[in-house]
Design a protein around this ligand. Structure first.
Ligand SMILES: C[S@@+](CC[C@H](N)C(=O)[O-])C[C@H]1O[C@@H](n2cnc3c(N)ncnc32)[C@H](O)[C@@H]1O
Length: 252
């Protein structure tokens, strides 16, 4: 762990700029003018905590635009996004996805399972997601074809204990998706580690930005945006930064 980023700009206005999804889709069209850019995706899960179809298409668009080969995901959950990324990446690409050690998840941590409570309270929601992971595992990965499974490595570790340098993860990844614990401290630690783990030219994304449940993600990303140009995609809960030469990726 490199230590959480404690943004220095909590008093300044957020600098997050918003773009419409079609800005990315237009970039895909101009980058690949002679090809139909297809992607493979499962029907969205009805369970809490999954990605929308629009969000899935944006993750794949960014992966294709950056030519990403090495992916890291904080928060595996059912494994649907691990499978999405692995299924749509070029041959030789690899996805590493991290979630808690199932045996260490406190199955009694959530007081109730009512949808209303889980959908209103960020802590209850996170407890529910952790418990779901402990009980069901990443079954999308378990059910994926062998070639997709072999392109995915599952790590089981509390992300707050991750040490990129000791675990030889520094500077390794083209594409990092932060979607683990949603409290401010965990998002800050995961972001600090993501910055250490990212290659110079890379993209780092957060899920649950402007979520109605996980206000801490929005607070963290808004604070972080005082230091770095953060882009939010309208009609989604995705926000991202582009590093190195990718800063010019969306320039017209
Ligand atoms: C919203 S779900 C992830 C969804 C997944 N990225 C997807 O797109 O399908 C959040 C996951 O983060 C995991 N998680 C929560 N706190 C964590 C921590 N401290 N370290 C690692 N994983 C954590 C939970 O167990 C849960 O499976």
């Amino acid at each position: 762990m490199t230590g959480p980023i404690m943004p220095t700009t909590t008093t300044s206005a957020p600098q997050v700029s918003a773009i419409r999804p079609k800005v990315l889709f237009q970039k895909v069209e101009t980058t690949f003018p002679d090809a139909n850019i297809m992607f493979s995706v499962s029907i969205p899960s009805s369970a809490i905590g999954g990605m929308t179809l629009l969000e899935s298409s944006i993750l794949v668009s960014l992966a294709k635009l950056t030519g990403a080969q090495t992916f890291f995901e904080f928060g595996t959950y059912m494994g649907a996004t691990s499978v999405l990324l692995a299924s749509n990446a070029p041959p030789g690409a690899h996805v590493t996805t991290l979630d808690l050690p199932p045996a260490e998840i406190d199955l009694t941590a959530a007081s109730g399972d009512t949808a209303a409570l889980i959908l209103q309270n960020d802590t209850e929601n996170d407890n529910f997601l952790r418990r779901q992971f402990a009980e069901k595992g990443a079954f999308y990965i378990d059910r994926a074809p062998a070639d997709v499974q072999s392109a995915i490595t599952r790590l089981h570790l509390d992300s707050r204990k991750l040490n990129p340098q000791a675990q030889q993860l520094s500077g390794q990844f083209d594409f990092i998706f932060i979607d683990g614990g949603h409290d401010y401290e965990t998002v800050a630690i995961d972001t600090a580690n993501a910055l250490a783990m990212a290659k110079p030219d890379s993209v780092i994304l957060w899920h649950d930005y402007r979520s109605k449940i996980h206000g801490d993600v929005t607070r963290f990303v808004d604070d972080f945006s005082g230091d770095r140009a953060v882009i939010h995609i309208e009609n989604t809960m995705l926000a991202f930064i582009l590093n190195g030469n990718f800063k010019h990726l969306l320039a017209r």
